[in-house]
Design a protein around this ligand. Structure first.
Ligand code: MN
Length: 719
């Protein structure tokens, strides 16, 4: 990042903005008057550089002023109120945001990594809130961090290491997520040196050995390509060669196991053309002249990277055998790749400097993921959950694993081969049946390590396992597995429902569903709130529609609530033991039961069976001597007996409420029992055997019963 002098940049701003920036500079100079940086420079050099960077990115005047003032509250005797009074709420808000971010204890200690202290979690929250309030705060903070890294050599060694590690873990990913590629690269390279000193040395030496090779002939090749594009009538905005930044080479080296000759994009040629169409045209022309490596053609224009990065990438073989990566993009894509969100400010600067810098546009559009984070920090979820969610995104360490072909995938720590499989492709994830890590068969729940080479063994058909859900780490894998089972259960439920209905229809004498008149079928389907027959099948398969009631509606002749239990005859007045009517019984003299009172038999000691009213006090304690009894029926008249089943929340008075309704309709309760649900004590079931002369009364009874408080369901079942 290059800083232009503040004075030269001032020219782009309106007169009043220039005055404000100058005032901020003076204020900062006075505030930091007697302070020096560790380098020995006057302190003002730091905020001045940060402000110059901000101006260089085309940020608005408020951001530039806030950059000048960003350390005043933290490091001088001036307060936020002083800034507010002099520069207003907006600039004070920015300074406050940056100051708060400075207080965040990013806490990267190994031992606190998994169990963050509540305080640092609170700080993370502050970080998020600050971020979501105004992105300009984050941009100032990134530029602040950048300059601190640039002057890191003046700090004690342990500070250098801590700040570098923190920058690699938090600030580089942050810049990346904001699409600020240039700043991310610089933060990474500056941190790399101290955070991983020996790896840094090694990478540098490896690159030095290759650089001559890769640069040799590159200039000629560049000229040739330029001519080839121009001959094809393509206009070129810029064409230049650039070396990949050191830290990204280091990451690539992990993928090639330290073999630098396998890194083809050590140096890449970047071609900038006027339009998207030109990008594709340029790619075509390149491929006409040079053979591309087919698996390295990447269309990030059609499918941008998650942070919005767009470009066409191809790797071609030059006539002399050099393998070269070429990136083709437009100027807009290029600015976005380098400066991310700030790029939008840049366009405006390119377009109409005065208008933009007049400070009209101060709010940058927020990327979606940042909105998500903002929501996250607003919700009332526990700090623990917040950290969990965050880990997935920004703060969790990532591991880098490779396909046998060397394609790199970054996954969260503790990711498994299943996560890897889904990261490659949903189809591979769903068909996974085994995995080799570094050429050895491993269980699918093995936790992958950095630099593992993972090969997924697949079967022909999709057959994921529900158990995978218990160990996968990525949301991607989890979502895809769940979606699969949802879809699958949909098909299998439909098939099951269809089979069930066909079977029931068959046993009711209808051989095929097709023999039911279409109009009637349609009505029945609609009566179950389904769109089509498939929907009805699925509802039956899922258990949402009772197959019996479906059949009843489909076949008019069995269209009855339930087949009544036909008992012939009238009550004779003689009690009989159920299932043993030959046993002699006598009516008890204590309670003198009369038909149709519910009765029970009592086995006496030595004088046979006496029949009492159900609930008679004399026999209440003698449960194991009781026998089920009923009144004998004389043959002739048919009684309509139905079994009513009521599921309810147990409460006092439930039975009373039920019998009141039934009695009011003049329905005879032949017998009633209450069964506690053993699995769930909250529910109980009441069963009543009802004698109903007119079945219409039954419908009425059901309707009223269902309205009783605490009744869950009331239905007539086949007794
Ligand atoms: Mn600072």
């Amino acid at each position: 990042m290059k800083a232009r002098s503040l004075q030269s940049l001032l020219t782009g701003y309106s007169n009043s903005d220039q005055d404000m920036i100058r005032a901020a500079r003076t204020f900062a100079e006075v505030a930091h008057q007697d302070q020096k940086r560790k380098s020995g420079d006057p302190y003002i050099s730091h905020p001045l550089t940060v402000a110059q960077y901000a101006a260089g990115l085309g940020m608005d005047a408020e951001t530039v002023a806030a950059a000048l003032l960003h350390d005043v509250v933290e490091d001088t005797s001036f307060s936020l109120d002083d800034i507010k009074n002099k520069f207003g709420e907006s600039i004070a808000g920015l300074v406050d945001g940056v100051t708060k971010l400075g207080e965040v204890d990013y806490n990267l200690d190994e031992n606190t990594h998994s169990t963050r202290h509540a305080t640092s979690v609170e700080n993370l929250r502050k970080l998020l809130l600050a971020m979501s309030k105004d992105l300009r705060v984050i941009i100032i903070k990134l530029l602040d961090r950048l300059h601190n890294l640039q002057t890191l050599q003046y700090l004690p060694l342990d500070h250098r290491v801590r700040i570098s590690e923190e920058s690699l873990a938090i600030f580089a990913p942050l810049a990346d997520r904001l699409g600020m590629g240039a700043i991310k690269a610089e933060i990474e390279d500056l941190s790399f040196k101290y955070a991983k000193a020996s790896a840094h040395e090694l990478t540098k030496r490896l690159v030095a050995t290759r650089k001559q090779d890769s640069l040799r002939g590159l200039d000629d090749l560049k000229q040739t390509i330029k001519i080839q594009l121009i001959e094809a009538q393509l206009s070129i905005v810029a064409i230049d060669a650039r070396q990949k930044h050191l830290y990204s080479i280091y990451k690539k080296l992990q993928k090639t196991e330290g073999d630098i000759t396998k890194i083809y994009d050590l140096v890449a040629l970047r071609i900038i053309v006027p339009s998207v169409q030109d990008c594709y045209q340029a790619l075509g022309i390149l491929h006409m002249h040079y053979k591309p490596l087919i698996h390295r053609i990447k269309d990030y224009i059609a499918v941008p990277k998650p942070n919005g990065y767009r470009s066409l990438h191809t790797t071609v073989i030059a006539p002399d055998g050099t393998i070269l990566e070429i990136q083709v993009r437009t100027q807009v894509m290029h600015d976005e790749a380098e400066y991310g969100l700030a790029a939008h400010a840049l366009y405006n600067m390119h377009k109409d400097t005065k208008a933009y810098r007049s400070g009209k546009q101060t709010q940058l559009a927020k990327p979606l993921w940042l909105e998500d984070l903002a929501q996250l920090s607003n919700t009332k979820q526990s700090f623990g959950d917040l950290v969990e969610d965050l880990k997935i995104d920004l703060f969790q360490d990532r591991i880098f694993v490779f396909t046998p072909h060397g394609d790199l995938y970054d996954l969260p720590e503790e990711a498994t081969p299943i996560d890897f499989a889904f990261a490659i492709h949903t189809g591979i994830g769903l068909r996974a049946q085994g995995a080799k890590v570094n050429n050895r068969l491993v269980p699918l729940d093995k936790k992958l390590e950095n630099r593992d080479i993972v090969e997924i063994l697949t079967k022909k058909t999709e057959a994921p396992n529900r158990q995978w859900l218990s160990f996968v780490k990525t949301a991607q894998a989890r979502t895809k597995i769940k979606a699969h089972f949802r879809a699958q259960s949909k098909t299998s439920n439909t098939a099951q429902g269809k089979a069930l209905l066909e079977q029931k229809l068959k046993s009711s004498g209808v051989l095929k569903i097709e023999s039911i008149p279409a109009a009637m079928l349609h009505d029945v389907i609609q009566s179950f709130n389904q769109r089509d027959i498939e929907g009805l099948y699925m509802a039956i398969g899922e258990g949402n529609v009772n197959v019996v009631s479906a059949v009843r509606r489909l076949i008019p002749q069995v269209h009855k609530p339930a087949r009544p239990k036909a008992i012939s005859g009238e009550i004779t007045g003689r009690p009989v033991v159920v299932g043993a009517s030959e046993l002699p019984c006598t009516l008890a003299s204590c309670c003198k039961p009369v038909p149709p009172e519910a009765i029970t038999g009592y086995i006496t000691r030595g004088s046979g069976i006496t029949v009492h009213r159900l609930g008679c006090g004399n026999i209440a304690t003698e449960q194991d001597r009781l026998l089920e009894c009923e009144w004998e029926m004389a043959s002739g008249k048919v009684r309509n007996i139905y079994l009513l089943k009521i599921t309810n929340h147990s409460r006092v008075g439930m039975m009373r409420d039920i019998t009141a309704i039934i009695a009011a309709l003049n329905i005879n309760i032949v017998k009633s029992t209450s069964i506690e649900n053993e699995i769930d004590q909250k529910y109980s079931q009441i069963q009543c055997l009802l004698e109903v002369g007119n079945p219409m009364l039954l419908t009425l009874a059901l309707r009223q019963l269902r309205q009783i408080k605490d009744v869950v369901s009331a239905e007539i079942v086949d007794s």
